[in-house]
Write a protein of this length. Structure first.
Ligand code: FE
Ligand code: FE
Ligand code: ZN
Length: 277
C-alpha cells in the first residue's frame, strides 16, 4: 500500500491531528513541532500523546515526520542565531522521544555569505552538538532549491555534512520533488538518472522520506514555490513515476502542497489511484 500523508497542524493536540490524518486518508503525516515562525513549542507527552499512540497503532498511522521551524538557521553567522537553532533542535529531539522511532526533518540552512564550506562545517557542528547516541529519531537533511545562500541544493553538500557528522547513523535524507527540480535535478525528464546520481553521491540507503510537491516554477529556477500535484512544471506523470519507482515506492510520501484538508484528501485519493498495487 502507498504510504502517503500530508502536512497537518498540531495546534489542537496530537489526537486531533490523528483525526485529521484519518479524514484525509493519510497513513503517515508531517507536522511542525512548534509554530513555524518560531516561538514556544506545544508541550508533548501526557494523556494526549498516550491516546494518540494508541489511536495511531489501531488505525495504522505511522512514520510521523516532525519538521523543524523554517526560521532556524543551523549555519548562521551570528552567534545568538546559531545558538537559537541549536537549542531549538536539541529541544525538538528531546521531545520527539515521546514518539519513539520516528523522523525529524530540517533545512540545512543558509550560509549567509560565509561560503558553502563554512556553512557545511557549521551544520555538521550543529549536528554534532544535538545528536545523542541513545536517540531513536532519525534526523533528515532536506534537499533544497538553492534559493539565496541555501546549503543542500547539491547532493554533494549533503554528503559532506553526513561525512562530518560523528553519529551519522542517526542521519537520513528527505528528498523534496519541488526543491530538487528547482535546484537542477530533472526528475520530470530523467528520474532514473537523478536517482542514480543520488545513489552515487549519497547512497539510496540514506533516503528515508519524500516530500511530494509540484513546482510553480520552471526547471533550475531556484525558487521553491510549491504547487498542487499535477498543477505545476512537474506534472502528474512525474508523480506517477515517483511513487511507483522501485527505489522509492516503499518510502513514506508527504504532501506539502497548497491545500486545505479537503484538498489533501482529494490529492491523496488521486495518488493512491495511480499506485500499482
Ligand atoms: Fe521543508
Ligand atoms: Fe519540503
Ligand atoms: Zn519548499
Amino acid at each position: 500500500m502507498l504510504n502517503i500523508g500530508c502536512h497537518l497542524s498540531v495546534t489542537r493536540g496530537y489526537c486531533a491531528m490523528a483525526e485529521d490524518a484519518l479524514y484525509t486518508g493519510s497513513s503517515c503525516f508531517q507536522f511542525f513541532t512548534r509554530n513555524p515562525r518560531g516561538g514556544a513549542a506545544k508541550p508533548i507527552g501526557g494523556e494526549d500523546i498516550a491516546k494518540f499512540l494508541e489511536l495511531a497503532k489501531a488505525r495504522g498511522l505511522n512514520s510521523f515526520l516532525a519538521h523543524a521551524p523554517y526560521t532556524i538557521n543551523p549555519c548562521a553567522a551570528k552567534p545568538q542565531v546559531l545558538e537559537f537553532a541549536r537549542t531549538t533542535m536539541a529541544d525538538d529531539l528531546d521531545r520527539m522521544e515521546h514518539l519513539p522511532g520516528n523522523l525529524y526533518n530540517f533545512h540545512p540552512g543558509s550560509h549567509v555569505g560565509q561560503g558553502l564550506e563554512r556553512g557545511i562545517e557549521l551544520i555538521a557542528e550543529t549536528l554534532n552538538l544535538v545528536l545523542k547516541p541513545d536517540q531513536t529519531t532519525t534526523v533528515l537533511l532536506e534537499t533544497m532549491a538553492g534559493k539565496g545562500t541555501e546549503v543542500g541544493s547539491h547532493f554533494e553538500e549533503l554528503r559532506e555534512i553526513i561525512d562530518r557528522t560523528e553519529l551519522s547513523e542517526k542521519l537520513g535524507v528527505c528528498l523534496d520533488t519541488c526543491h530538487i527540480f528547482d535546484a537542477g535535478y530533472d526528475i520530470a525528464g530523467d528520474l532514473d538518472g537523478v536517482l542514480t546520481e543520488f545513489d552515487r553521491v549519497i547512497g539510496l540507503g540514506r533516503l528515508r522520506a519524500i516530500h511530494l510537491n509540484d513546482s510553480k516554477n520552471p526547471f533550475t529556477s531556484h525558487k521553491d514555490r510549491h504547487e498542487v500535484i499535477g498543477g505545476g512544471s512537474l506534472g502528474l506523470e512525474t508523480f506517477k513515476r515517483v511513487i511507483n519507482h522501485p527505489a522509492l515506492r516503499a518510502l513514506p510520501f508527504y504532501l506539502e502542497t497548497p491545500n486545505d484538508l479537503a484538498g489533501y484528501k482529494a490529492e491523496i485519493e488521486l495518488l493512491r489511484g495511480l499506485y500499482d498495487e
